[in-house]
Design a protein around this ligand. Structure first.
Ligand SMILES: Nc1ncnc2c1ncn2[C@@H]1O[C@H](COP(=O)(O)OP(=O)(O)OP(=O)(O)O)[C@@H](O)[C@H]1O
Length: 986
């Protein structure tokens, strides 16, 4: 037996207001739903149909037969009332309709519906209910002689979606009109004012005779239409009749006998009957939809207007009316489908609530009188403040004053606390400031390319599958910074592993471990609430390259390409060749196995700490200057893994996930660490495909891909070449399809970053450079970055918004100047300019861009000096100029595609290109981004964006610039951050 449905809350709790009540102010009340089971009829008995349904009590009906294929369906249904086949219509009326029907005499609209398949007993039930109701109404009227009642009767049927007046011989369909006050009204519907009960009986007989009946296979006298009998009752207290203060209660009760809800096929309908069936079912279908939607709440559109039935009955379906629905059903097994549908409808209906109100109609005089009384009362309150209502008001005011005072006190205390915390913060910053100053120059360098160093450090370190571990040891400041950076960085796509640190001083400190993998999006953070000592600086970020990276995987993808632009060394080729045959075919080759076994072991240690070992990371953290690793690797992967950790005195270290590539992956990957590690190798291909989708036959794309993986392979000049090719790729992609330009710009930017990073490495003192590039034995390189300062984000938190904005504008202008000086791609400038508008997070991007460009400019200067000596223009400068020229050509071509002639002409005017001159488009393309004043820049960006089809840029686009930071909400709220000057990575 299936689960029994919950009984609906008792309906009718909100009983009709007493006559003469004030009106309005309705309350929600569920539709009263009951089910009536009729006895098996002669035909059914003849066929030997079994009776499968039984009412086991007043509210529950069960399906007796346990057919095996029905076992999944519920076998018991509960409603407000259920009536077995032995129940008389009188009982059905008394318990399932009377209360609702009689609301009408109290000025409350009501409706009684009969719903069910053909021949289930709807007409049989409704006829009885109408009679009993009418009798009771007249009985009530008799007993309330103090009121004068006016009864009006109207009747209609909806047959084939046409409304017909049942009190008129005219069969012309009636129109439905929308009345602003009354809602849907049936135009020209006859409304008879009733003389007495006999008069009503006569009219009911007329209706019965007029109604569309027909014979179906299931019912010889089947009602083929929806019938609505409407009795309107108005009543006024005789005492006030004719007086100014009289008011009237007005409401109507609908007796609705719906047409059969059966399927046409089941009623063996054909011809006229089939057409009827279609219309009937369309109306019933809408009724079902309305009831279903209402049962789920009133959110969204309720399609009342989809059928005449629901339009006319709209107030009864969730509106200003009390409603009762009696669902009739046959107990026969042959009708099981229809019976279930009926019960389903009933189950939905019992969830629907209506909002019935007492409808009071005031005479104009009464209304004026009422308003005058109200006015007088208010005036007297103003004149005599000592009156009762005024006393209440003044008390309320006193209470409010007291509340305000209390809140002011609390605010004062909070402000004091804030000042205290701020001064502590300043102390702390001051104490770290010295070290920060000492290290600032170096940190500036480090931070601009914090990730890049890691990547560039390896001979082929620029792998898309590198995994950067993050270790962040924080006190209050660090915590804030941690939240700030990581919340933005990982977009909540992380797994946090809370473990206990077994070290005695940190025994009670929760440790959040989050690791970050570029390829997998897996992030493990390591955070310590309480440091062993008061750390004041980040002294050391030790980065281990633990295993070989996915660059090999990527290279393998192109290993067959004969037109590779990469000058592969013999060793490379050999390696690629070997891996090509191992990856994807035999991941458990010896070489792979060695790596993966080692790494897997460590991973297991990391992600599944034993109680004794606790977190391996924590243990590592507490060891001074140990190059410990967050060994994260899958069994199958040969991914490169970097672990960034810090020594005892580290304040904070953070490895940025850097590319749109990995960010997208972070977004996609939500698997827990273990599964990630297991699934890793399979996923790389998917990631590659879903995120990059390059054309592998295209040498430019190929170069981009390979370049992005192994920048270390390229010399500075090669990087410039890479930029060349990237730019070309941008252009060709944009030419082909401007939308694709978005992702390609990402690659382009990546290339530019690499170039600057490469340049940066060249500028480093030899010892540092070698430290970043010395391959270690097993898995590659060890990178040590020392003396990293404290996060200036925090030190700038107290900046005023206006100052922040000024800082942003200053930085933005500097970047614009640098773009100009370095001949940076126009598309890149456009994207960057439009993306970063001073949002708090933008500061980081601007900082990165600024530093990158500074390096580029240095590179330009040295190239220029060299070329001046050599007397010819080549190298970086020449290549960038070439790129710009190509870009302008691309824009020139786009103009024809993207801009209608009129728009082009207005642009020529705006940009000072003579309309009668030659090559106007080219002239225009040559004018954009040629100056650095803000107006020119804005216009240029707008035009280029239009030409390359850049739509409203979103956060995702920001991420393609290589970094993704989200301010922790608490930080944003607390300090209303804006542009933060001098931000750098810590
Ligand atoms: N509870 C009942 N007890 C005895 N007979 C019933 C009962 N319900 C219905 N019947 C009989 O079943 C037959 C069909 O009933 P009725 O016409 O009311 O069905 P219906 O649902 O209105 O069908 P349709 O939708 O085709 O108009 C009638 O002869 C009626 O007398």
């Amino acid at each position: 037996m299936g689960a029994a449905a919950e009984p609906a809350p008792a309906p009718g709790e909100e009983v009709a207001a007493e006559m003469g009540g004030g009106g309005g102010g309705g309350s929600l009340e569920r539709i009263l739903v009951s089910v009536r089971l009729r006895p098996l009829n002669a035909k059914e008995k003849e066929k030997g149909d079994a009776s499968d349904w039984e009412c086991i009590n007043n509210t529950t009906i069960i399906f007796k037969n346990s057919l095996p294929d029905r076992s999944m369906l519920p076998a018991a249904y509960t409603f407000d009332r259920v009536f077995g086949c032995e129940c008389a219509t009188r009982q059905v009326y008394e318990e399932g309709a009377k209360e609702v029907a009689l609301s009408v005499v109290s000025g409350i609209n009501s409706s009684i519906f009969a719903y069910g398949q053909t021949s289930s007993g709807k007409t049989y039930t409704m006829t009885g209910i109408t009679e009993y109701s009418v009798a009771d109404i007249y009985d009530y009227i008799q007993k309330h002689a103090e009121r004068e009642f006016i009864l009006k009767f109207s009747a209609m049927e909806i047959y084939n979606e046409a409304v017909r007046d049942l009190l008129s011989a005219d069969t012309t369909p009636l129109r439905l009109l929308d009345d602003p006050e009354k809602g849907t009204v049936v135009d020209k519907l006859t409304e008879e004012t009733l003389r007495d009960q006999d008069h009503l009986r006569e009219l009911l007989a007329v209706c019965e005779a007029q109604r569309q009946n027909g014979e179906t296979s299931l019912n010889e006298m089947s009602s083929r239409s929806h019938q609505i009998l409407r009795l309107t009752i108005e009543s006024s207290a005789r005492e006030f009749l004719g007086k100014d203060s009289s008011s009237t209660l007005a409401a109507c009760v609908n007796f609705v006998d719906l047409a059969g809800s059966e399927r046409a096929s089941q009623a063996l309908s054909a011809g006229v009957r089939l057409k009827e069936g279609c219309h009937i079912n369309r109306s019933l279908l809408t009724l079902g939809t309305v009831i279903r939607k209402l049962s789920k709440g009133r959110n969204g559109h309720i399609p009342y207007r989809d059928s005449k039935l629901t339009r006319i009955l709209q107030p009864s379906l969730g509106g200003n009316a009390r409603t009762a629905i009696i669902c009739t059903m046959s107990p026969a097994r042959s009708h099981i489908e229809q019976s279930r549908n009926t019960l389903l409808f009933a189950s939905c209906a019992k969830e629907v609530a209506t909002n019935a109100q007492v409808n009071v109609v005031m005479s104009d005089k009464a209304l004026v009188k009422h308003l005058q009384r109200e006015l007088t009362r208010l005036e007297s309150e103003l004149k005599y403040p000592g009156s009762a209502s005024c006393t209440i008001h003044s008390e309320a005011l006193r209470e409010r004053d007291a509340q305000i005072r209390k809140m002011e006190k609390e605010m004062k205390e909070l402000m004091q606390q804030r000042d205290l915390v701020q001064s502590r913060l300043e102390d702390l910053l001051r104490s770290v400031g010295d070290d920060h100053d000492r290290n600032s120059r170096r940190w500036d360098e480090l931070s601009q390319s914090s990730i890049s160093h890691v990547r560039d450090a390896s001979e082929d370190a620029f792998s898309t599958s590198e995994t950067y571990g993050i270790a962040y040891q924080d006190q209050d400041l660090g915590s804030a910074m941690f939240d700030h950076l990581n919340s933005r960085n990982i977009h909540d796509e992380h797994n946090i592993d809370h473990t206990e640190n077994p070290n005695k001083k940190q025994a009670n400190s929760p440790t959040h471990s989050i690791s970050s993998s570029r390829a997998s999006g897996k992030i493990l953070y390591q955070r310590q609430e309480d440091c062993e000592d008061q750390c004041k600086e980040v002294q050391c970020i030790e980065i281990n390259k633990l295993s070989r990276g996915k660059s090999e995987d990527f290279n393998l993808l192109f290993a067959d390409e004969s037109d590779s632009l990469l000058p592969l060394t013999d060793a490379d080729k050999l390696e690629h060749h070997e891996q090509k045959h191992s990856v994807g075919t035999d991941l458990s080759s010896e070489h792979e196995e060695q790596q993966s076994n080692t790494v897997t072991k460590n991973v297991d240690n990391f992600v599944k700490p034993t109680p004794n070992e606790s977190s391996m990371v924590d243990a590592n953290v507490s060891k001074p200057k140990t190059i410990e690793s967050l060994h994260m690797e899958s069994n199958n992967t040969n991914s490169k893994v970097f672990a960034v950790t810090r020594s005892r005195s580290c304040r904070a270290s953070l490895t940025m996930t850097s590319t749109w590539f990995e960010d997208s992956d972070l977004t996609n990957n939500r698997t827990p660490p273990e599964s990630y590690f297991r699934d890793y190798s399979g996923r790389t291909e998917a990631i590659r495909r879903s995120l990059f989708s390059p054309n592998y036959n295209n040498p430019n794309d190929r170069f981009l891909l390979e370049g992005s993986q192994s920048s270390e392979k390229f010399s500075h000049d090669e990087m410039i070449k890479a930029e060349d090719i990237s730019t070309n790729s941008v252009h060709s992609k944009i030419d082909a399809n401007s939308e694709e330009g978005v992702s390609i710009v990402g690659s382009y930017v990546e290339g530019q970053k690499e170039m600057s990073e490469n340049q940066y490495l060249k500028q480093l003192p030899d010892d540092q450079y070698s430290r970043r590039t010395t391959p270690s034995e097993d898995f590659g390189v060890e990178i040590t970055v020392k003396d990293v300062g404290v996060d200036p984000v925090l030190s700038s938190l107290s900046e005023s918004p206006s100052r922040c904005l000024m800082e942003f504008e200053r930085k933005q202008q500097e970047i614009i100047d640098l773009w100009h000086a370095c001949n940076v791609s126009l598309v890149h400038r456009t994207y960057f300019f439009l993306l970063f508008k001073g949002d708090p997070s933008d500061s980081i991007y601007l900082e990165v861009e600024h530093r990158r460009l500074s390096f580029l400019r240095n590179s330009f200067s040295s190239d220029l000096a060299k070329q001046a000596a050599e007397g010819e223009l080549n190298g970086v400068v020449a290549s960038s100029l070439k790129n710009l020229r190509r870009e302008r050509e691309m824009l020139y071509r786009q103009m024809l595609k993207k801009l209608p002639e009129k728009e082009r002409e207005s642009l020529y005017n705006k940009w000072g290109v003579a309309l009668n001159s030659k090559q106007r488009r080219l002239q225009l393309a040559r004018r954009v981004w040629t100056k650095t004043d803000m107006e020119h820049v804005r216009e240029s960006a707008s035009l280029v964006a239009r030409l390359i089809g850049l739509l409203e840029p979103g956060q995702a686009l920001k991420e393609m610039f290589g970094l993704s930071f989200t301010l922790a909400p608490q930080l944003t709220n607390r300090r209303s951050l804006s542009w933060k000057p001098g931000m750098s990575f810590t």
